[in-house]
Design a binder for this molecule. Structure first.
Ligand code: SF4
Length: 381
């Protein structure tokens, strides 16, 4: 396997020599960030292995759980919210150290990580996928990864996984350990990871994750307030918390958690094939997320959908405050479309799409609130 898809220039020259010598001067890159050498004769295998090992490319584990796919994330991508490469490197190190003792069923799983919801790391088609986001704890931001379970990397990406909860970045290795151990312990004979997650059900998965999702105060667990691969630790003095020390949990945090809870209920309705209710709850979760954002500017917006949509449009869409640099107002359009043209068909596909769009809209509300908060802080400082 090619760890995290990285190659040095020396390795590239060495690989070119090997390819020229043994496989007709030709190699192929794979979507899982590995390199395939085709038409290797059995006779040449030992020599190729020796020569690859000599240039540091002899690591085993391609196509197993240690072979993690990741996008560049915050290392080099301006859209990155969390360090996908930092997380993937940490997981790979830990998994490789325990590789010999991992159950066979766990060894065959795929992990894929993206630095944001844009899916360049293919998190949506992994057994266990993660995409970066952030949450607030008081006045501080905490890097998180949304956990996506049960995607299908086989059959040309046959099924997308479902987001089941946001985990603080530093707790992801622990959560991965809990999930894989439980899968190894409880799986039925030849039961795939996808089928196991379906059998477990969202409610049980949520219960399993609950001990890991809460955020303590900075003083209690400061390591949670920094990202993988970044030695900088957010500190109270760094962000000038003195100006807003009274705020332990912001109004936005409380209200957006209601939106996330509603979104989770939409997923439960989808699981129980109540597609009408899944659609309604997906829209309701968007409405609550929009309300959470509007209330940061206009606390008395009330509960009427028409008023919330109007205030959201005027204060965040028309002003482009909600706009992402690259996606622009795309996620707000999902919200407006669902309000103006609610799904007329209560099918699985329509409900699935509504839930996916609601997830993206809620994430975009988080990002917008964090961006506005950071800009306000910069002005204060
Ligand atoms: S998934 Fe996000 S962070 Fe990763 S490369 Fe794509 S846009 Fe950048």
């Amino acid at each position: 396997a090619l760890p995290l898809g990285d190659l040095t220039s020396d390795q590239m020259f060495g690989l070119a020599d090997i390819a020229r010598k043994y496989v007709g001067d030709n190699v192929r890159m794979t979507v899982e960030q590995n390199i395939v050498m085709r038409w290797v004769s059995n006779h040449d295998l030992p020599a190729i292995y020796r020569e690859l090992t000599a240039i540091g490319l002899g690591a085993a584990g391609a196509g197993t759980i240690v072979d993690i796919t990741t996008c560049p994330g915050t290392d080099t991508c301006k859209l990155g919210i969390a360090s996908s490469r930092g997380l993937a490197g940490e997981l790979r190190t830990r998994l490789a150290a325990n590789n010999a003792s991992l159950p066979e069923a766990v060894k065959g799983l795929r992990i894929k990580v993206s630095g944001c919801f844009n899916s360049c790391g293919q998190h949506h088609i992994a057994d266990i996928g993660f995409f970066g986001n952030s949450r607030r704890s008081g006045s501080l931001k905490v890097p998180h990864f949304q956990l996506v379970l049960g995607g299908q990397w086989e059959e040309n990406g046959g099924a997308f996984g479902m987001a089941v909860g946001a985990i603080p970045a530093k707790r992801v290795p622990e959560v991965l350990d809990v999930i894989t151990r439980r899968y190894a312990r409880e799986r039925e004979r030849n039961e795939s990871f996808l089928n196991w997650t379906k059998r477990l059900g969202r409610q049980e998965i949520k219960t399993m994750l609950e001990p890991y999702t809460g955020l303590p105060a900075f003083e209690t667990e400061p390591e949670l307030f920094s990202d993988w691969g970044d030695s900088r630790v957010y500190s109270i003095s760094d962000i000038g918390v003195g100006e807003c020390a009274g705020e332990v949990v912001s109004l936005f945090s409380i209200e957006i958690s209601h939106a996330e809870s509603q979104h989770f209920d939409a997923l439960l309705a989808l699981d129980s094939t109540d597609f009408k209710q899944a659609n309604e709850r997906a829209f309701r979760s968007m409405l609550l997320a929009a309300r959470a954002l509007v209330r940061t500017r206009y606390p008395n917006v009330g509960n009427e959908p028409e008023r919330i949509v109007e205030e959201f449009r005027t204060r965040f869409y028309d002003t482009e405050l909600f706009f992402d640099k690259f996606a622009k107002g795309k996620f707000a359009q999902y919200f407006f479309d669902m309000y103006e043209n609610p799904p007329t068909q209560n099918t699985r596909e329509a409900a699935y799409r509504a839930i996916e769009e609601a997830q993206l809209f809620i994430e975009a509300c988080h990002v917008c609130e964090a961006r506005i908060g950071a800009e306000s802080l910069t002005r204060i400082l």
